[in-house]
Design a protein around this ligand. Structure first.
Ligand SMILES: *Cc1c(COP(=O)(O)O)cnc(C)c1O
Length: 390
């Protein structure tokens, strides 16, 4: 028997400290997670508002189960789109102030579906170099020509827009970059798109619920409205549940509905979760204190890590990236924190650029200031231990 061709590939990943593993977590998510018999203080979830295990959402999901059952039974365009999905879809469009929305089962599926439905071979897509994998995959699958521009470099983007004759042009971007926490300059992007007759496909996975008045997201944060904008919001992060939506002008959303294979050929979203999301939207809008708490936690962390040997690039969002550099060093720092009861996973390429492996610290309104102090103390101890070894 010859050796499996996969063994060598796995060994190469192991050698480069790139092997990924599931961590098995016991019980619900939260700021404390039980893993391998240890209770850890965790800074790794995207549950920014602390809603994933909120009793009102659990109650709404439970009531939804009793009303609608567990499964949708078929895709949305057969019989899977129930009244509860329609009500949620309308509520989401109202929530972000756009004419119409379309529900997807995840953000990955929404991005792939929206881009492939809107852009076609012969069209041109302009994509920020640090965009999320789901946007990148949507661009590739659309078979449009894809032009990457350096992260946030609007001068480079403008040169590309000016120099590309394609009739249909799309600028695709994260609004809050998922591994750095920085914001795309939405007003400038919108005006560029309007000036060059391009469409902006904007992914607000980390802004929805977190930014703007009542957590209405990046459009509210910047006070932006544009006929040229197609918005993607995801519902598994700050909203605490699962799913995503695409929203924008009626005809653009209709084109996504007609063309998104990830919507057409996939079982509709579980109806009980759509019911839970209605409750989530109410809490997001009502609980301003959750966003105020996040801002206080961000400030506490940023002042706490000053003077440590790792760089913490500017970020006003709950995503705080501590840049370590090499993969093995990021893994070692993550292990050192874990030995001190704190869980912050290392993020490595290809999720981030080579040489920028990092601890992606993410904060939640469910954290306390003392939790952040515990993290900072663990980082200081790890830095001191590292200095003693060197
Ligand atoms: C998480 C994420 C997605 C994918 O959303 P899911 O609902 O988890 O599939 C899309 N875009 C960005 C920027 C993300 O961070």
């Amino acid at each position: 028997m010859s050796e499996s061709p996969f063994a060598a590939r796995l060994q190469a990943l192991e050698r480069e400290s790139l092997l990924r593993r599931h961590r098995i977590v016991a019980g619900p998510t939260g700021t404390r997670v039980r893993m391998n018999g240890a209770d850890l203080l965790a800074f790794c979830s995207n549950d920014y508002l602390g809603l994933a295990n909120h009793p009102d959402l659990v109650a709404a999901a439970t009531a939804g189960l009793a009303r609608y059952g567990v499964g949708a039974g078929s895709s949305a365009l057969v019989t899977g789109h129930m009244e509860v999905h329609e009500a949620l879809t309308e509520a989401l469009a109202r929530f972000v102030g756009l004419p119409r929305a379309l529900l997807f089962s995840s953000g990955y599926l929404a991005n792939v579906g929206a881009i492939t439905a809107l852009a076609a071979p012969g069209d041109a897509i302009f994509s920020d170099a640090l965009n999320h994998a789901s946007l990148i995959d949507g661009c590739r699958l659309s078979r449009a020509s894809v032009h990457r521009y350096p992260h946030l470099d609007l001068a480079a983007l403008e040169r590309l827009l000016a120099g590309t004759p394609a009739a249909n042009r799309f600028v695709v971007t994260d609004l809050v970059f998922s591994m750095d926490g920085d914001l795309a300059p939405l007003p400038a992007l919108v005006s560029l798109c309007e000036r060059y007759g391009a469409w902006l496909v904007a992914d607000d996975a980390h802004g929805f619920g977190v930014l703007g008045r009542e957590g209405r997201g990046s459009l509210a944060h910047f006070g932006i409205a544009s006929e040229r904008l197609v918005y993607v919001g995801t519902l598994g992060k700050a909203a605490g549940v699962a799913g995503a939506f695409v929203a924008g002008p009626r005809d653009a959303v209709e084109v996504v509905l007609q063309g998104a294979r990830t919507h057409i050929f996939s079982t509709a979203f579980p109806p009980a979760l759509a019911h839970a999301l209605a409750a989530s939207l109410e809490i997001i809008a009502r609980d301003e204190w959750r966003r105020a708490r996040l801002a206080a936690l961000v400030a506490r962390l940023r002042s706490g890590v000053a003077g440590l040997p790792w760089r913490l690039p500017a970020s006003e969002t709950p995503i705080q990236p501590l840049i370590v550099g090499e993969n093995a060093a990021a893994l070692a720092l993550s292990d050192a924190l874990r030995a001190r009861g704190v869980l912050v996973p290392a993020i490595r390429p290809p999720t981030v650029l080579p040489g920028t492996a990092r601890l992606r610290i993410s904060l939640s309104a469910a954290h306390s200031l003392e939790d952040v102090d515990t993290l900072v103390a663990a980082l200081r101890e790890a830095a001191a231990a590292e200095a003693a070894r060197a």
